[in-house]
Design a protein around this ligand. Structure first.
Ligand code: PLP
Length: 427
């Protein structure tokens, strides 16, 4: 029988018994020859099927003109279809004429924004590449690809702890006194991977931020703005409105996409900001491309109609995702509850369960799972430079596997956590 006493209070004999049992269970699970990749938060087939209507929305005899009469099959409309910008406008709370549509990836729009700051400067200031060492604030654990973008440009990353209310704002306000700090990554709603939604106070403190650097940018990646999993959706204050009140609206750039609404890699991405910042980004985007893919935007408009259309589609996603999150949380509670060797989030939305195992055990746990056929996100990936100072954070992405496989993977993960904890405490 599994004890629910805290493992840290157990005698060596008791720990050895747990270690032996976990090892037996581990070998048994390993012998099943599982093969499952859970490293990224990607939608499952059933979720992708929900958006098949996108593909059916256009056909050879379709009406290809938008409300302005532009033919979507042709060049033109540098900032994308108004109808699609209006959908993002409702979702993000920024006027449609302050939105630029991209192609299939908001991450690419973030990369391009950083790239522009690096080579050409932000808001007319000296390019970051000519300012010596420049730095970015990285609330951690966070989204590994944000960190990859800043690392690619050699921008020094400063980790900032995530609290239940969002990033540690005392620390951010302090670090912003350094003029070489040029920006901050944010996933303000159902954050990747913590699931945290920034509190109203956190959003207001971002809006009130007066960094020493005049070319500081808040990269507000609202990737999970409509990705609720419960009847009590988190409410995120509109950063743009708060910034307007404070006169800081040029400082924030908001990103989103339909990647986890329609198709990852084949959806529509968007960027929103103040009129002034949009004008400065226009100067680059109109050199970069004659225009984004309006046919894909038109397909999305015909399928989604409006923000309500998006919200009702997201209910379908929730029906598929919520039971998978339940499987993960039930397994963690059943197998590890009370042992004092793991803590985990219970997110109200987004794509991840955020797990912290005993300090120094995350790499071992992820390695054990990999050896038994289940690939998790690399331990450390959620921190700048892949360096989790406590080696304790693990990101669980429940969306992709079918429920049965997810149950097996969780069985393996829990056994691996127990085994690694016993080894650690006995060492
Ligand atoms: N931002 C966050 C926080 C994400 O988690 C992801 C995907 O996992 C993305 C952006 C990628 O978005 P896109 O597909 O629009 O590039």
């Amino acid at each position: 029988a599994v004890s629910t006493r805290k493992m840290k209070t157990m005698s060596a004999g008791e720990l050895e018994a747990i270690e032996q049992e976990a090892l037996r269970d581990y070998e048994e699970i390993k012998s099943r020859g599982m093969s499952l990749n859970m490293s990224r938060g990607i939608p499952c087939v059933e979720q992708l099927d929900l958006a098949l209507g996108v593909l059916e929305a256009l056909h050879a005899r379709s009406e290809f003109a938008n409300s302005n009469g532009d033919d979507c099959r042709n060049y033109g409309v540098w900032n994308g279809l108004l109808e699609m910008r209006e959908i993002f406008s409702e979702l993000l709370g920024v006027p449609a004429d302050q939105i630029i549509l991209g192609n299939n990836s908001s991450l690419q729009m973030m990369f391009d924004t950083i790239s522009q700051g690096f080579t050409h400067g932000c808001g007319g200031h000296t390019p970051w590449c000519r300012q010596g060492e420049v730095k970015f604030l990285c609330p951690s654990p966070g989204y590994d690809r944000h960190f990859a973008v800043t690392e690619y440009f050699g921008i020094k990353m400063l980790p900032v702890p995530m609290l239940p209310t969002g990033p540690d704002m005392d620390m951010i306000e302090e670090l912003c006194k350094d003029p070489s700090v040029k920006g901050c990554w944010c996933v303000p709603k159902y954050s990747n991977p913590t699931g945290v939604t920034y509190s109203d106070e956190t959003v207001r403190r971002f809006a009130r931020l007066h960094p020493a650097a005049p070319d500081f940018r808040i990269m507000w990646d609202n990737a999970y703005c409509v990705h609720d999993l419960t009847d009590e959706p988190a409410e995120l204050l509109n950063i743009y409105d708060e910034c307007v009140k404070e006169g800081t609206e040029d400082q924030v750039i908001i990103f989103a996409s339909t990647s986890k609404i329609s198709f990852p890699g084949a959806g529509v991405a968007a960027l929103a900001s103040s009129a002034k910042t949009i004008a400065s980004l226009k100067g680059r985007t109109t050199v970069q491309t004659i225009g984004s893919d309006k046919l894909n935007q038109l397909r999305h408009v015909l399928f989604l109609h409006d923000a309500d259309g998006v919200k009702s589609l997201m209910k379908g996603h929730r029906q598929i995702l919520a039971p998978k999150f339940r499987i993960v949380l039930d397994a963690l509670e059943r197998e590890l509850g009370g042992l004092g060797i793991a803590r985990w989030s219970n997110p109200k939305g987004g794509y991840f369960v955020c797990l912290d195992v005993l300090e120094g055990c995350a790499k071992r746990v992820v390695g054990l799972c990999r050896e038994a056929g289940v690939t998790l996100t690399d331990a450390g990936a959620t921190y700048p430079y892949g360096n989790d100072p406590h080696d304790s954070n693990i990101r669980i992405a429940p969306s992709f596997p079918p429920q049965e496989e997810l149950r097996d993977a969780m069985e393996l993960l829990c056994v691996a956590i127990k085994l690694a904890a016993a080894e650690k405490l006995l060492a």
